[in-house]
Write a protein that binds this ligand. Structure first.
Ligand SMILES: NC(=O)c1ccc[n+]([C@@H]2O[C@H](COP(=O)([O-])OP(=O)(O)OC[C@H]3O[C@@H](n4cnc5c(N)ncnc54)[C@H](OP(=O)(O)O)[C@@H]3O)[C@@H](O)[C@H]2O)c1
Length: 288
């Protein structure tokens, strides 16, 4: 058997998405083989690069999910917030169990959406999947990342191209934003080194940046990097969302407004042996 054939084979649901596109090249760089499930195999090569296998299939089709997991040694479970999230992710968990996968990593919701239950449709859905995964007895790590810089702060760059104000749906609240690249770095370790890390770091792994900032502080950073006076304004309600996603976002905004997303953990530093990337670094790269 060749060295390559002995390498772990990581099945990735969501491997073509915002986080998945960061995760796949990192897994390949660690010597793993990667199989990405996608509904768009014709376009996915351009998104995930060379080196990963592409498995055409839909999470709504359990048979396709089972086929895509054949031979996998590890599974990464991610799907977007939607009414189908629980059924889609349970299909992956069940197929992973049936395929004899040895280790599973689930990308879950932010910790404050799951704890306490009953306040977030998204958090409650992720909780159902976490519980079902635990019930399989499969070795696994659950990742609960806080709000991602690339999502929550990504639009600042566009806003500063056309004006001197940035907007936030998070009001005056402080949030310990995390860089999605750190989530991807942690996910690689959770997948490939999970069994050795779990005894000292039992899950769920609550992932945050090192520091919580509000938008007044973020506007001050933006002013420093652009050399202009930058104002902060509350964002207008997003348009074009499905009623379900709009409700989920409204719940997030309410919880964040209460300060639920402020807490910072040391999990990223403990897993990676270095400090998390900062908002300052993120904005310097985006605006510099
Ligand atoms: N953004 C945050 O601040 C934050 C914080 C905490 C947790 N999260 C969690 O992160 C997840 C979203 O991650 P993301 O932003 O990386 O996702 P995303 O960019 O929206 O990507 C969606 C991915 O899911 C795949 N997908 C969607 N529907 C599918 C289907 N029916 N069959 C097969 N694949 C399907 C897409 O693949 P194809 O299009 O190629 O088929 C794509 O790879 C959610 O579960 C959310 O709760 C987000």
């Amino acid at each position: 058997m060749t060295r390559r054939a002995k390498a772990p084979l990581v099945f990735c649901a969501g491997g073509t998405g915002r986080l998945g596109r960061l995760l796949v090249p990192r897994l390949l760089a660690r010597g793993a083989r990667v199989r990405v499930l996608t509904r768009q195999p014709g376009q996915a090569r351009a998104w995930v690069g060379e080196g990963a296998e592409l498995a055409g299939g839909d999470l709504d089709d359990p048979q396709a999910v089972r086929a895509a997991l054949q031979g996998a040694t590890h599974a990464f479970v991610l799907s977007p917030i939607a009414p189908a999230l629980v059924a889609q992710q349970l299909a992956v968990v069940e197929a992973a169990r049936a395929a004899g996968v040895g280790h599973v990593v689930k990308l879950s919701g932010s910790d404050w959406t799951l704890e306490p239950p009953g306040r977030s449709l998204s958090g409650d859905a992720h909780r159902q999947v976490e519980q079902a995964l635990a019930a399989t007895g499969l070795p696994h790590v659950v990742l609960r990342p806080n709000a991602w810089m690339q999502v929550a702060l990504g639009r600042i760059v566009q806003e500063l191209r056309v004006g001197d104000a940035i907007t936030s749906a998070h009001g005056e609240a402080r949030v310990s934003y995390i860089d999605a690249r750190d989530i991807a770095d942690v996910a690689v370790r959770a997948l490939l080194d999970g069994p050795e890390l779990l005894p000292s770091l039992p899950g769920p792994w609550v992932l945050t940046g090192a520091q919580a900032l509000d938008f007044t502080a973020i506007a001050a950073l933006a002013a420093r990097f652009t050399g202009r006076a930058i104002a902060y304004r509350p964002a207008r309600a997003a348009t074009g969302l499905s009623p379900f996603v709009a409700q989920v976002h409204a719940q997030f905004a309410e919880l964040i407004g209460e300060g639920a997303a402020e807490a910072a953990t040391d999990t990223v530093a403990r897993v990676l042996g270095r400090a998390p990337r900062t908002v300052e670094d993120f904005l310097a790269q985006q605006l510099g």
